[in-house]
Design a protein around this ligand. Structure first.
Ligand code: ATP
Length: 307
């Protein structure tokens, strides 16, 4: 459905995408994961025809992106992180307006509005002005607008940023349900648990290169057995950061958790002695546990900046 070969994007002398290859099949939810500045937005912008590129080939639906952009765009939708809606219009008026500017009309517009309202549970709010919606409801309207052309591919850029956990789960379930309708989703997020929850495949991008891609389950399986997660009870983050700097192969996973790569008795003994010296109590050690977060930290050189 999406095939990228040898894609290069330069901003002046800065190489934002460095010979990227990526293939995404129909019906897949692909999580695009990477540290700040890795190139995720640039890649999604290129796929939406919003940014040009210097080298490589991009095919979507078997069509060449450079030559058939308009035909491709009609079948895709990009749902930006920022809300793109009119506060003074009602939910329904917003949908009609954005349908009209995409030249969707008649029965198609009516059916697509109906479906977008249902998927996003907005039927009961259809006559309410967007200004009076909650943050989560506005986010849902943003998604509904993105569904008006009944897209085959949806690109999401951090759709749950800044909303509370309950609404976040609702939105994740909605996105997950697109798969049942045969839609393909490219999902960019910094929240690794979200990517683990809804994505079938993951591409990890760092410094403009895709450093790992494949089915999430396979990537995690390949990693198994090599790392240990050390959970602590009373640690201070500054104290832990100092410890991390003093120990090879140890990263900070979050404010009370350390990750040791390639663990062995000597390294673990040294770390436990240091914890004791610092009066940091141990909650538990889990050996061989891998999740997307531990994989990401191991693979990206900037992992420590993203915990
Ligand atoms: P984030 O998670 O912080 O949004 P990202 O992975 O989306 O980051 P991009 O926004 O794609 O990263 O940026 C990739 C690199 O290209 C960064 O080094 C960024 O500074 C640079 N860059 C992006 N847009 C431009 C631009 N218009 N001009 C120059 N450099 C740019």
């Amino acid at each position: 459905m999406i095939t990228i070969r040898n894609l290069v994007k330069q901003y002046g002398t800065h190489c934002a995408l460095d010979h990227i290859d990526l293939h995404v099949e129909k019906g897949v939810i692909l999580g695009l994961l990477g540290p700040n500045g890795a190139g995720k937005t640039t890649l999604v912008s290129i796929l939406n025809g919003l940014t040009d590129f210097q080298e490589g080939e991009v095919e979507i639906f078997g069509l060449d992106l450079g030559k058939e952009l308009q035909a491709i765009r009609k079948r895709c939708s990009f749902i930006p992180q920022s809300l793109a809606l009119y506060e003074k219009l009602t939910v329904l008026e917003n949908l009609r307006f954005f349908g009209a500017i995409q030249k969707i009309s008649g029965n198609t517009l009516r059916d697509n509005i109906d479906s977008a309202l249902s998927i996003n549970q907005l039927h009961s709010l259809r006559d309410q002005k967007a200004a009076t919606l909650s943050g989560g409801q506005k986010r849902r309207l943003n998604i509904a607008i993105g569904l008006l052309n009944n897209p085959e591919i949806l690109y999401f850029d951090e759709p749950t940023a800044g909303i509370d956990p309950e609404l976040r789960n609702d939105i994740l379930e909605t996105i997950r349900s697109f798969k049942d309708h045969g839609k393909t989703v490219i999902y960019t997020s910094h929240y690794m648990p979200e990517i683990e929850k809804i994505c079938d495949q993951v591409a990890i991008i760092d410094h403009g290169r895709i450093i790992r891609q494949g089915p999430l389950a396979t990537l995690l399986q390949e990693e198994k057995g090599d790392s240990a997660i050390i959970e602590l009870l009373n640690a201070g983050e500054t104290q832990l950061r100092q410890l991390v700097d003093q120990h090879d192969d140890v990263d900070l996973l979050n404010a009370t958790t350390l990750l040791m790569h390639h663990h062995n008795g000597t390294k673990m003994g040294r770390l436990l002695t240091a914890l004791e010296t610092e009066n940091i109590a141990l909650k538990q050690i889990r050996y061989g546990t891998t999740n997307l977060e531990t994989l990401f930290i191991r693979l990206t050189s900037q992992g420590k900046e993203h915990v």
